[in-house]
Design a protein around this ligand. Sequence first.
Ligand code: BG6
Length: 311
Amino acid sequence: MARMRQRTRTRLAGRSPQLREVPPMAYEITDNPLRGVEAKQSTNGHYGIFDQGAQVWSWQPDGTEPVIWMSAKSWFAEGQPIRGGVPICFPWFGPGRNGDLYPMHGFARLQNWHMSDVKDTLDRDGRFIVEYTLNESMTGDQAQWPYPYKASFQAKFTPEYLGLELRVENVGTEEIVFDEALHTYLHVGDVSRVSISGLEGATYLDKVSGAEAEVQSGDLTITAETDRVYASTGEVVIHDPALGRDLIVSKSGSAQTVVWNPWVDKAAAMPDFGDDEWHQMLCVEAANALDEPVVLRPGEVHCLKQRITLA
Ligand SMILES: O=P(O)(O)OC[C@H]1O[C@@H](O)[C@H](O)[C@@H](O)[C@@H]1O
């Protein structure tokens, strides 16, 4: 794989210091602010993923507002969680089923994954695919989850949708049990005006009140701190009147949809989250956690997919 493509402007060798424009869609391996790969498009289009956590942090099709949300207060520091984008939670979600695991959401989001492939057809169709791998030899001694595994992640950036695919294979000799989630932060115009359809009738755990078997009635609206784990395998649509668009979030291989917005007090309590940033974000996550972990016998593979489409 070429480690570096040209930046958007390149100095021509042996000529006067004139700058030549290269084709408008180009990608580069970047260290800004963490190592990863970024692609820029002709107007304001932007795709970005960090090696740390194989974490997508930008999907903005050309001519649109960003679809993936990233906090201006995120730390962007090696070994620290990145606030925004699509954290990959693995092999546990939150503090785990019994609430005693650390770091939150598992060790995979704090590790540098190996970038194994980049497929660039940006000039032809605006598509860009980045693949990463992770396994137990890269994650070292993990006393809380000491099992052999192979994980791979593919992020497919296209002008129409962002496709995310996490595969985990049990390469050991005993059964493994793990949680996982694609913890997608979406950018919305005003979270208090959005409505989310597709969850009607689904039972949910309300992590704010502690109620365990609530049932969603009608569309979900966000009017306070919201942290819910819905038993739901289907698609949801986020209607966003402030930005005048809908986001369709579809998925497969996932038993639960998690919806999270910290609202005023929790936002203020998080050091890597701006006090007012909760207005413009909403997490809609594809998960298998709590009472629905993934169980793999030796040699088995599980695939979790999420797709965000701009409508
Ligand atoms: O602050 P973190 O570790 O990134 O987690 C953010 C949130 O992630 C959500 O998925 C959880 O349901 C919330 O409980 C949690 O607060």
